[in-house]
Design a protein around this ligand. Structure first.
Ligand code: ZN
Length: 272
């Protein structure tokens, strides 16, 4: 198992030990943090009805542990589409400090100290790193994004923008809803089969009560299709463990959001 937990007091976050170099990253849990009531714990979503001061405090706690500051964060409105946005240093602070940064579900950069962030609460978060070119990506891939192959599009965008070689890239697929808990109607498996053909079949299980779909496996297949050399997958299911993770399926609208963050550090600049 190459996903491990790191702790700072009550705070817990997950990292992939395959994703190493002049880069910091995290997949947050709901443990730690100062939010109260139904959002009790580490809520990192700005649109969940939390007190803005609590969300900023939560980012400070997480950032101190992981190695980024709230002013370095960049995040966008996630709309379950497949648009990849290339960002640079001028984007620092967009999201937390002034919302409305556009509708994107994937962000890429090669600029240090730009902390790319995607949110999740059952959807699949994927962090990308190219150690050869010092480039990163953060992808939000819910079932609609998975059907659209957003993670492959993010890899291709990094190849176009920065000259990345997929074989050299590392992808970490974070905690999300597993096939144990993701019961769907037939629209979800149909969309996956339309996109991936027979490749999708191992990720679809038909039972009397409906379909069960494995989003982590489908995103892994997209990454393999993109030619990514190293793929690490978190074993955790958010639906099985709503005490540790925010799960939209298990908690409904009254839930917080996890933040999945990746940022290049100065070490990379010095190396170049
Ligand atoms: Zn589960």
């Amino acid at each position: 198992m190459s996903f491990v937990s790191r702790f700072a007091g009550p705070l817990e976050y997950r990292v992939s030990d395959r994703l190493q170099g002049p880069v910091v990253h995290c997949f947050s849990t709901r443990l730690g943090g100062v939010s109260q009531g139904p959002l009790s714990g580490l809520n990192l979503g700005t649109g969940r009805g939390d007190r803005p001061g609590n969300v900023v405090k939560n980012y400070r706690l997480l950032g101190r542990a992981v190695g980024f500051s709230p002013g370095e964060l960049v995040f966008a409105r996630q709309v379950h589409e497949d648009t990849v946005c290339q960002v640079d240093g001028s984007w620092r602070g967009r999201g937390l400090s002034y919302p409305g940064s556009g509708d994107y579900d994937a962000l890429i950069t090669d600029t240090p100290h730009v902390a790319l962030t995607v949110f999740s609460a059952d959807c699949t978060p994927i962090l990308l790193y190219d150690p050869e070119h010092g480039a990163i990506g953060a992808v939000h891939s819910g079932w609609r994004g998975t059907a659209k192959g957003i993670v492959k599009k993010a890899v291709q965008a990094m190849t176009r923008a920065y000259g990345c070689r997929p074989q050299a890239m590392v992808a970490a697929i974070g905690p999300c809803i597993g096939p144990c808990c993701f019961a769907t109607r037939e629209d979800v498996p149909q969309a996956m089969e339309k996109a991936l053909g027979a490749l999708a079949l191992p990720a679809i299980c038909r039972q009397a009560e409906g379909y069960f779909v494995d989003l982590k496996l489908l995103n892994r297949i997209w990454l393999q299709e993109a030619g990514v050399g190293t793929i690490d997958t978190a074993p955790d299911c958010t639906g099985c463990d709503p005490v540790r993770y925010w799960s939209h399926r298990k908690l409904g609208q009254a839930r917080g959001s996890m933040a999945n963050v990746i940022m290049l550090t100065d070490e990379g600049e010095e190396r170049l």
